[in-house]
Every structure is written in structure tokens, then in C-alpha cells.
Design a protein around this ligand. Sequence first.
Ligand code: SF4
Length: 255
Amino acid sequence: MGTFLFDKIIFGPVASRRLGNSLGINLLPVNKKICNFDCIYCECGLTDGTKDKLPSRANVRFELEKTLAEFSSNNKPIDTITFAGNGEPTLHKDFNGIIDDTFELRNTYFPQAKIALLSNSTTLGSTKIQKAFEKIDQNILKLDSVNPATVELINCPIGKFNLAKTIEILKKLPSPIIQTMFIRGSFRGKEVDNTIEQELVPWLNTLKEINPAMVMIYTIARDTPFETLEKVPEEVLKEIAQRVENLGIETQISA
Ligand code: SF4
């Protein structure tokens, strides 16, 4: 039941099918997760709700420039600079400023590299964050279910989260990438399974309306905080992906 935390502000690069050589930026602490979800499958462990110091904008800029300069002078490729890490990146109070710095440094050292964000979609309603979304090349946004009860069970939002409003905003974004985690098992005496028809049919209908650039389908890859959860077999993920592809939407599976 061990969990995994990124121990640096800048990490990787990680080889990714979608993102190529992806250099990661962790805007959260290196010793704990900070998130406004508490997903039962989160590989970073449980959200304890306590506050902690986040790296400053100046520090992120310094570390990123150091890494990009080193990679550039050693001719090491970077295809994507990805905001991910120990929690929800958009919760950083200087997120927009950090995005601006990242674009500036990207243009200096790796002008061909893309900038990507992995987000849980909870801050989509913020006008300020929307401005950052408009600049970012690839917004990869979580949507594990369109059923509010399932989102409560799987994602355990901390504070207010309006799923219907989030879906409405997703429909208006030009070309989001949707990321969905499929899991099975049980949690606190309740069955967990977002691969059943009652889940998949409304999820597929919503995808049709969102019309994303891609749907990334994945399942548990590392340890989770609860041992009662199971990985979904790859054949099932492939069947789900096929149903998405039948809608004319590209998919990518990580099993
Ligand atoms: S949104 Fe991501 S970081 Fe936050 S709890 Fe869920 S899996 Fe973990």
C-alpha cells in the first residue's frame, strides 16, 4: 500500500506515448499531496487537508531554467513540459504567472516543445485559470464519471464541486483531452465499478457532446491507498476505447 510522491519541482523527462519526452513540473510540496480531490486510487496517497508551503514562482522558474539550459546544451530532447506532480497544479496561487514563465523559457530553450497540464477539472470555472487553459497546448482533464454519486465515491471532492457545471464548461473548451480512470473493487462497503453500462452509456453520451481531441483511458498502475481496488483488465479497456473510437474520437490506453 505504499504511495508515490515526486521528490523534486522538476522531474523526468518521462517517456510518454502521447507527450514524447515529457519534462514534469510539480507545483506542489515534495513531501505530501495537496489536492481538492481525494481520489480513492490516488498513487500520491490520501489528501490530509493540511496546508503546506508550495514552491515559489521564482523557485520554479529558477529550477526550470536550470534544467532546460542543461538539456539544451547537452542536446537532450524535450517534447513536452507537463504540469503534473503531487496534487492539483492549478491550486498554486501563482499558476498563471508560472505558466507565463514556462512559455517564455520554452520559447528560449525548446521553442518546438508543447506545454501540457494534467488537471482534475475542478478549477475550470475560474476565469483566471481559464486564461491559462487558453494558452496551454494540451489540457488533459479528468472525468472519471458523469454520475455525481460515482464522482463522490471515487474522487471524494473536498469542498464544493459542481459536476454538471464542470461538464458544461468542458463542452465549451476548444479541444480538451479527457482522461478517465477505470477501476473496480469496493470502498467502505460500497461497490466501485465505473465500467458498468449504467456508467459507460452516459459517459459516452457526454463525450459525444464534449467532442474532445482525445480520450485517455487508464487504470491503476501503482499502489493505491486502499487494497480493495482492482485494476481493470486491458481487454475491457480496449472494448471501452473501441466504443469511444466509434464516436469518431481518438483514444489512448495506458494499462
Ligand atoms: S485529482 Fe489527481 S492528485 Fe488529486 S486526488 Fe485525484 S488522482 Fe490524486
